[in-house]
Design a protein around this ligand. Sequence first.
Ligand SMILES: C[S@@+](CC[C@H](N)C(=O)[O-])C[C@H]1O[C@@H](n2cnc3c(N)ncnc32)[C@H](O)[C@@H]1O
Length: 493
Amino acid sequence: MRDRNHISRKSTKRGNKYNQGQRQKSQDILKLSKKQKAVTSAPVKVGDTVLVSIHGIGSSGEGVGRVEDFTVFVPFALPNETVKVTITTVKKTYATGKLLEVITAADNRIAPNCELYGVCGGCQLQHITYEGQLSLKTQKVKDVIERIGHQNPDLVKPALGPKNPWAYRNKMQMPVGGTRETIRMGFYAMGSHDIVHGTNCPIQMDGNNQIAQACYEIAEELGIEPYGEHTGKGVLRHIIGRIGQSGYMVIFVTATDYLPDQDQWIERLTKRVPSVETIVHNVNRKRTNVILGPTNHVLYGDGTITDHIKDLRFTLSPHSFFQVNPEQTTVLYDQALMYANLKGHETVIDAYCGTGTISLFLAREVKYVIGIEIVEPAIIDARENARRNGYENTEFIVADAAVEMPKLYKAGVRPDVIVFDPIRAGCKEEVLTSAAGMEPKRIVYVSCNPATMARDIEILTHYGYELKEVQPVDMFPMTAHVETVVLMSRVRD
Ligand SMILES: C[S@@+](CC[C@H](N)C(=O)[O-])C[C@H]1O[C@@H](n2cnc3c(N)ncnc32)[C@H](O)[C@@H]1O
């Protein structure tokens, strides 16, 4: 068996040259900005009203401009605009401004669709045409590929969007607050946990808006006590709606062991929204930002709904992770499958596999799939989903990928293809080095955070892999988020 020290540290010639050139450029910029920092102080102070020319876009969709070479972030401003702002915060290296007036508007600026836009924290890009959103997302991925990954940005293809960028979310998580007399349900305000009241969200599927409105009416009728995040007292914390092809799931999250007027809730909700297939009461007594607690009581139905990705059938329970945009999930997984370029004889590792959705997508095309996932209930679902869909050529392991990947490498497992789909933090280095040590022909990296993805791509280029292509997929229209699929190939000696 090869020792980890023998893992090839070769990059391609093109990759090397490009990397070195980019790294030198970044170091020069860093030196320059250190010098500048030493001699300049902020040219603005809180409360100043200034004109800012916007030239770029930040990671949260905010406009980025300059006042005398000093960076100013302006939410809701767009590249190629001149805007009037009030400075709200000033830090050592940047300031933030509140948009007062658009002096010169960008060609792709439009009026937002939702009356809560700008107050609610859910969307950041409704003021841009959808084509404009796609090109901003493409540019965002290009920027990190070049700046963080030190790779050629021309490898990034234009982002793929859906036919309809509205009404796509199959999952809604509504915080509940206010008082028994004035219940508030809806969305967290931008940058805070204040609740903006609203039960009709244009990026939610219609079923979720029906659930939101019905639950708000019933909460008022029954006078339920909302949970107070600051006091830790009260009952109802969140209402979750999930839309499946079989029907809807509603989850009531309470801070108490009981849901008052439980029978009334069930009767009134199922009458008003007949597509509700199951209702679950989840108990979360902890003072935490995590929405679901560990305990579920099934109040109606069997506690699950069913969804499909193409002809694959998935059973979802309250804790199961499932992609929120079904139309674009197919686009994302098809792209991953295309990059995997399978012929039927391969063994594939699907690291960070969740409920095994990508694993099962691959299973019909290969000899064997090994899925690795840290959350045990997700693996239980994955095994069940594999059984129901008739895929016996799958194995699902509950483990931390950072422990399991080195273990599989030492045990001599040598997959032909490895798929990564990690959380926002990306992969730990030991996951990447042991993956490279297994010498798969191709690595397909699916990511919801372009910055950590670019970091991991660069690491893999030092271990014998070359970046081939980067495909952003817009899973979250109207928001600043973008999903990306990447193909890396092993460089032959
Ligand atoms: C972005 S999701 C991807 C899920 C799946 N591929 C899908 O498309 O539905 C990332 C998954 O990684 C899991 N995860 C987080 N940390 C992990 C770790 N250290 N080792 C293995 N899995 C982990 C999460 O529980 C989650 O299911």
